[in-house]
Design a protein around this ligand. Structure first.
Ligand SMILES: C[S@@+](CC[C@H](N)C(=O)[O-])C[C@H]1O[C@@H](n2cnc3c(N)ncnc32)[C@H](O)[C@@H]1O
Length: 400
């Protein structure tokens, strides 16, 4: 354990909304860095330390983030992550994910003011690593609710000593995460929504309709209901609504009926078989796997992916400094609709405020730098078919 942690006074601070029994402890270190740890109720020995972030002035903190200052002043020990803090490691050797629209992300974020960059969905750190390589004056705060992503990100960023903090959290807690790290304003942010290829391709995570595994689908394996609970306990109308809203599934009602008749269901293969059998023969063909939309819808519901998006966007807008920039990549029309509406409202564009309500006073909070979303290039679509539903939107914080 680090000197800064041994001497720390531990004080219970808060509870992650999704994580149920995960108390967050704020560490009062006698000297910087201010660190905090997340302790799992299920396995109290499992914890993630993040931190090492000088909390007062930006200047001072940016200095201590330089690679010449490993672990933000503390020597690394073998169990420490490359941020200089101890990290409970899941194996990252199988982690694979190709960052989507990387060159577009870098061209939009490459000129952000120096300071703190928030990657709200760090995954394997594909985008963020490239940004840190491009800009030495940026310090990364990476959030992910999946601990396996942390192990991968930590490996990917191994040669970026002292330039990042990884936090196990959900992105609707951006304000709490930044407050805990003593960060006021950020100069840029990225949301690369949805799941990683690693999550999709790992059968034990339960996201795959092609490989057998338990019906889990939680990004945070420590908390929340599993897909199995949702599927086996929801009513017909609840299931049909989920499939229609989050999966744009035309046959939502008949699939919901078939699920109810076949349940209890415990594995991804069982669910995929029920869905395929429930579809009219003409719909079992193209495009894509017949169960794709059902799996997407259940995954979105299990992780409340759309419900928390607007909150996260509003917190980000509030935290961005003037001329700070944010990129949001969504992969589903329902997701993109929430993003588009939130951004148009913040940009003060027409048709977002009902006619009978007064227009918001004051200047708009953001400038939308392109009105419509951007999609991947032909070249990227050929190289990475999983990028095909991506839609990128970006904006800049306006002067107040
Ligand atoms: C598409 S991947 C990001 C990949 C990353 N940009 C890269 O280049 O490696 C999305 C990641 O966001 C995480 N995630 C999704 N929703 C989240 C949420 N609400 N809060 C925190 N993490 C989330 C997932 O666990 C996953 O690791």
């Amino acid at each position: 354990m680090k000197a800064g942690l041994i001497d720390s006074k531990v004080e219970q601070k808060d509870t992650y909304p999704l994580m149920g029994s995960l108390p967050v402890y704020k560490m009062r270190a006698s000297t910087p860095p201010a660190c905090f740890l997340v302790r799992s109720g299920r396995n109290p020995d499992e914890r993630i330390y993040t931190g090492g972030l000088p909390v007062s002035e930006k200047e001072r903190s940016l200095q201590s983030m330089r690679p010449s200052s490993p672990a933000n002043g503390y020597p690394l020990d073998p169990a420490a992550g490359s941020s200089g803090c101890r990290i409970t490691r899941a194996s990252s050797s199988n982690y694979s994910h190709q960052p989507v629209m990387l060159s577009e992300v870098l061209s939009f974020l490459g000129s952000i003011p120096s300071g703190y960059f928030l990657d709200a969905t760090i995954g394997g750190a594909g985008h963020s690593k490239a940004l840190l390589e491009l800009r030495e004056d940026i310090h990364l705060v990476g959030i992910d609710q999946d601990k396996e992503a942390h192990a991968a990100a930590s490996d990917a960023l191994a040669d970026m000593n002292g330039r990042f903090n990884l936090v196990h959290s959900r992105f609707d807690r951006i304000n709490d995460v930044l407050d805990e790290l003593g960060i006021d304003k950020i100069s840029g942010a990225l949301f690369d929504l949805g799941v990683s290829s690693y999550q999709l391709d790992t059968p034990s995570r339960g996201f795959s309709f092609r490989k057998d595994g338990p019906l889990d689908m939680r990004m945070n394996k420590d908390a929340g209901q599993k897909a199995e609970d949702l599927i086996n306990n929801s009513t017909h109308s609840e299931l049909a609504q989920i499939l229609k809203t989050y999966g744009d599934e035309k046959h939502s009602r008949r699939i919901a009926k078939a699920i109810i008749e076949a349940r209890p269901l415990f594995t991804t293969s069982q669910l995929a078989e029920v869905v395929i059998a429930a579809m009219p023969p003409s719909s079992r063909k193209f495009p894509g796997h017949p169960a794709r939309r059902t799996f997407q819808a259940i995954r979105i519901a299990v992780n409340d992916e759309i419900g928390i998006l607007q909150t996260a966007i509003m917190q980000t807008i509030d935290r961005l400094e003037t001329k700070g920039r944010c990129v949001i990549i969504s992969y589903h029309s329902g997701e993109d609709r929430v993003v588009k509406r939130a951004l148009r409202t913040a940009a003060g564009l027409k048709n977002t405020v009902p006619k009978h309500l007064p227009k918001p006073a004051g200047n708009p909070a953001i400038k939308l730098l392109a009105r419509s979303g951007q999609t991947p290039s032909e070249d990227e679509l050929i190289k990475n078919s999983r990028s095909k539903s991506a839609r990128l939107r970006w904006f800049e914080k306006a002067e107040v």
